[in-house]
Every structure is written in structure tokens, then in C-alpha cells.
Design a protein around this ligand. Structure first.
Ligand code: ADP
Length: 521
């Protein structure tokens, strides 16, 4: 970014003013001398009325290249030199022929007109150059602001730009969060006196400039500019004027104003984005809590109601045998039902604990080289206990390598997938379990012939508490797949689901084979 001195060269111009003026006048004197020399060499062959063109050329060149003053100087000096050297009597300002008065007036008049026209043109060019520079400065500033994320980054861009462009040290003051009185300053090291802080407060609350050069605290070396956005004033820009304090130029004021309003909009945009993100997080939290409550309360209540019902019936039949005691066979059935419900409760509580271990990254992976057939086998045995007559068909080839894994976690991950396959597929269909090696991973797949999963849900079912809405009511908490994913990822692996041709779904998990060993067979 360019400094205002180069943007608006007034200061530089002032500094080199004398030098420039002097060299301008010397230049135009040189041109007149050159024109005189040429006039002298031509005066015997050329009519004086034509010779005047040589002097006019000197005036035009001065006007174009040396500015207004030097070109006026060239007009007057040229007219005198023309009279003195090229009009008879030579070497005298006296004129024999009064017709030359018109030539002199013409030379002077044309010189003045050309000088003032070129001066005006110069000013126009200078003004549009300044405007262009100002626009490009603001354009760069806005682009940098757009790229800044966070209030500190926004303040950094502003402070750097004010320093580079206006040459002032500055800071950004934003109201303290949570309604605390006062401002948070950026950079934090900058300190303001009590009076300056109250001037800044006025700039903020009354949306007007205060401090140096204004009615409020005019002696301060700080100028406070409110940062006004659409929703109101969002902060204050404090710019420290140079020492000794010099009034800000119009251009400096204008650039500060423009910087302040771009910054205000950036702060507003950033704080709206932050609020929106907070609302989204809050909503997601609320959704999660609601899902947790719905899921857990329902899943807890059902087994508890059964257990309490069974225990009450047994207690009543013991207390009042006359009312007809429960037959031993029925008693055994009731106890079995209560036990199954207690098991369900146990699974639910374990699932919740597993989930919280995964989320708090407290999951411990006790790796050992394991035979994958044993790992899958233990999950299949557990599943067969619940499967009744269902067939679980395994197709695990011989010679698979030993895999470095946590036996309990991977066996539970397989168990969860098997439970789902049994839970969601019809009773007369098989569940197939296979394992194979592909490049540097071991893959395990569990496939069923159930209803499959809608394509749009395939990616989401691994999110905790996410359940696919189906007409039939299959009990569940939406935790099984999230836990499976957590366990597999803790091994550096992946798990995914695909619908099968001909119906049903296949879940595949892949476990990296680094650290594995040739199989036992
Ligand atoms: P839960 O089974 O307790 O609902 P999960 O996390 O195990 O929770 O599964 C999430 C959802 O994925 C289930 O609600 C179900 O809709 C779907 N799903 C999981 N496995 C299968 C499957 N084998 N066939 C069809 N849908 C399944």
C-alpha cells in the first residue's frame, strides 16, 4: 500500500517546492535564451513577424513541461528578448514600427492562454491520478479485509494500512464482551488516558469524530473515528496524529473515513458469521440432547417396566399364595424375560459408556497379533445365541495373516454389525460373514438380505443417535454403528455400508495390516 505522500504529493511537493520552482524558472530562461540564439541567427533572413514563432515555441514548451509560473515568465521574457534582439532598432526596447505592438501583445496573450490551459489540464490529470490511487488503495484494503478472519486479523489489517497509507500509529477499540463497561483494545499494549477513553466512548455512543482537531478533547494526540456499520457503531478507530500534531489533510481524513467504514462492515460481517455458527452449534447440541433423551429414556423405560412387572408379580404371588400362585414353568418364563430385559439394559449402558469413551478419546486399544478367525468366531457365537434358527454363514479363507488389533473391540464391532443384520433382515434369510486381504488391509464384510438402507442415509447411519425412519418399529438407540465406527477408526481402519444387488445391505470394515504377521496355517 502506498503512503499518502505518494498518493497525494502535496507534502512532498511542499518539501521540494523551492527546488522545483527554481529549476522551472531556470528551465524556461534557458528556453528563451535558446529561442533568442536561434532568432539572432535567423533575423537577417526571416521577417520578425515570422521569427516570433520561435519565441512562441519556447512558451509552449515551458507551459507543457515546466508549469504555469515558468510559462508566464517565458511569455514575458520571450516578448522582451524578441523586442531587444530581433526588432529594429536592435539592442533597444524602443520600437520603430508601432505595428509590432500587436505582435508583442499576440505573443504575450497566446503565451498566457496556453499557460493557463495546460495548467488546468495538468491539475485535471493530477486529480484523476490521485483519485485512481485512492481507489486502488481502497480496493487493496477491501480485498485484504475480505480475506481477514476474526476480529484480531481485521484490526491488524486496519492498523497496518493506516500506518502505511496515512503514516499514523493506530488501534481499534471494540466494546468489551458481555456488557462489561469499556473497550477491548487491539493491540492490547496500547494505553489511553481516562480523558481519551471518555472521548473514544463519545465517538462510539454519539457516532461522531472526537479527539484531535475536534470539539471534544482537541488537544489530544489521538483522533477517534467511529466504526459505523449497518446495525450501528461497532467500535472506534483511534489514530495517533504526527508529532508535533499537524492537522490531517483532506485526503488523509477521507482515507481514514473510508478505512473506518470498510472495517466496520468487516467487523459486522464477522460477528454475524460467528453468531450464526454459535446458533448452529447450540441447535446441534440441543438436537443431540433431545435425541439422547428420547432414545435413552425409551430404551431404559421398556426393560425397566418389564423387570418391575415381573418382580411385582413374583412378590405378589409369594405374599398372597391364596390368590393363586404362579406355576413354576411360568415363573421360569417370567424370570427369563426379566433377565433378557436386564441384559438389554446392560447393553444399553455399555453402549453409552463406550460412546463416551470414544468421544472423550479415552478409548484404550490393547493391540496384540490375533487370528481374525477367532475374533470373528467369538462375535458369531454370541450372535448365534440370539439368532435362534437364523443361519449365519461364514466364509473365511485359510492363511489370513495375524492382525495387530484389540480382540475385544474388533469382536464387539463385528458383533454390532451381526446384531443389526439379524435385527433388520427377515427370519428366513441368511447372514453372510466373509474376510479377505486386499493390498495392505484386511477386510471383513457382513451381508444380509434385509430391506437395505436408503441411499441418502448410507453416510449418516454412522452418526450417533441417527436412525433411519422406517414404518416398522425395530427397537434401538442409534448407537451401535457409531460405536463400531469409533472402534474401527481407533485401529486406523474404516467401515462403510452399501446396498446389495438383489436386496439387503453389506457392511465392510477394513483394518490396516501394518504390524501383521503371516497366518498360522
Ligand atoms: P440402532 O440399530 O440401535 O438403531 P445402529 O447405529 O446400529 O442403531 O443403526 C443405525 C440405523 O442404521 C438403524 O436405525 C437402521 O435403520 C440402520 N441399519 C443398521 N444396520 C442395518 C441393516 N443391516 N439393514 C438395514 N438397516 C440397517
Amino acid at each position: 500500500m502506498r503512503h499518502l505522500d505518494s498518493l497525494f504529493p502535496r507534502a512532498r511537493y511542499n518539501r521540494g517546492m523551492k527546488k522545483l520552482v527554481l529549476s522551472g524558472y531556470l528551465g524556461s530562461l534557458g528556453l528563451v535564451v535558446a529561442a533568442t540564439a536561434l532568432g539572432l541567427s535567423l533575423r537577417d533572413e526571416v521577417e520578425p513577424t515570422n521569427l516570433v514563432m520561435v519565441f512562441l515555441a519556447a512558451v509552449v514548451v515551458s507551459a507543457i513541461f515546466l508549469g504555469f509560473g515558468p510559462s508566464i515568465f517565458a511569455s514575458v521574457a520571450g516578448m522582451l528578448a524578441f523586442d531587444f534582439f530581433c526588432v529594429e532598432p536592435y539592442l533597444s526596447l524602443a520600437v520603430k514600427d508601432t505595428d509590432y505592438a500587436l505582435t508583442f501583445a499576440g505573443l504575450l496573450g497566446v503565451g498566457l492562454v496556453i499557460s493557463s490551459l495546460t495548467a488546468r489540464l495538468r491539475l485535471q490529470i493530477e486529480l484523476s491520478r490521485r483519485r485512481e490511487n485512492e481507489t486502488s488503495t481502497l480496493y487493496h484494503f477491501s480485498s485484504e479485509m475480505n480475506a481477514a478472519i476474526g476480529s484480531d486479523a481485521i484490526a491488524d489489517v486496519l492498523i497496518r494500512s493506516v500506518l502505511e497509507t496515512v503514516g499514523c500509529e493506530s488501534m481499534v477499540l471494540v466494546p468489551s464482551p458481555e456488557g462489561k463497561p469499556g473497550f477491548d483494545a487491539h493491540p492490547r499494549a496500547a494505553s489511553l488516558s481516562g480523558k481519551e477513553l471518555s472521548a473514544a466512548q463519545q465517538a462510539f455512543s454519539m457516532n461522531r469524530r472526537t479527539g484531535f482537531g475536534t470539539e471534544t478533547l482537541p488537544q489530544s494526540e489521538w483522533r477517534f473515528v467511529p466504526l459505523k456499520a449497518h446495525s450501528g457503531v461497532v467500535g472506534v478507530l483511534a489514530a495517533k496524529v504526527s508529532k508535533p500534531p499537524a492537522p490531517l489533510t483532506q485526503e488523509q481524513e477521507r482515507v481514514l473515513e473510508a478505512f473506518a467504514s470498510v472495517t466496520a462492515l468487516s467487523i459486522e460481517r464477522w460477528s454475524l458469521a460467528r453468531q450464526a455458527a454459535e446458533v448452529r452449534i447450540l441447535k446441534a447440541k440441543e438436537d443431540l440432547q433431545t435425541a439422547l433423551l428420547n432414545s435413552v429414556s425409551h430404551e431404559l423405560r421398556t426393560p425397566l417396566t418389564t423387570i418391575v412387572g415381573v418382580l411385582s408379580s413374583l412378590a405378589e404371588s409369594d405374599e398372597s399364595p391364596n390368590l393363586g400362585s404362579i406355576q413354576p414353568a411360568s415363573q421360569a418364563e417370567l424370570i427369563q424375560a426379566a433377565k433378557e430385559e436386564a441384559d438389554r439394559l446392560n447393553v444399553l449402558v455399555s453402549n453409552l459408556l463406550d460412546m463416551s469413551r470414544i468421544e472423550s478419546r479415552a478409548l484404550k486399544v490393547n493391540r496384540k497379533l490375533e487370528d481374525i478367525e477367532d475374533v470373528i468366531g467369538s462375535a458369531v457365537i454370541q450372535a448365534r445365541r440370539k439368532a435362534g434358527n437364523r443361519r449365519i454363514v461364514t466364509g473365511i479363507p485359510r492363511g489370513l495373516p495375524l492382525v495387530d488389533l484389540d480382540y475385544i473391540l474388533i469382536s464387539q464391532a463385528c458383533g454390532n454389525l451381526l446384531d443389526n443384520a439379524l435385527k433388520y433382515s427377515p427370519a428366513d434369510t441368511n447372514v453372510e460373514v466373509t474376510a479377505w486381504v486386499e493390498v495392505d488391509s484386511l477386510l471383513i464384510s457382513i451381508a444380509d438380505r434385509g430391506p437395505g438402507i436408503p441411499e441418502e442415509d448410507l453416510g449418516r447411519i454412522f452418526t450417533k443417535f441417527y436412525r433411519v425412519q422406517r414404518p416398522e418399529r425395530v427397537p434401538g438407540t442409534g448407537l451401535g454403528l457409531a460405536i463400531t465406527k469409533g472402534f474401527v477408526e481407533a485401529h486406523g481402519g474404516k467401515v462403510w455400508a452399501e446396498n446389495r444387488q438383489g436386496g439387503g445391505v453389506v457392511f465392510t470394515m477394513s483394518l490396516p495390516l501394518q504390524g501383521s504377521k503371516e497366518g498360522p496355517r
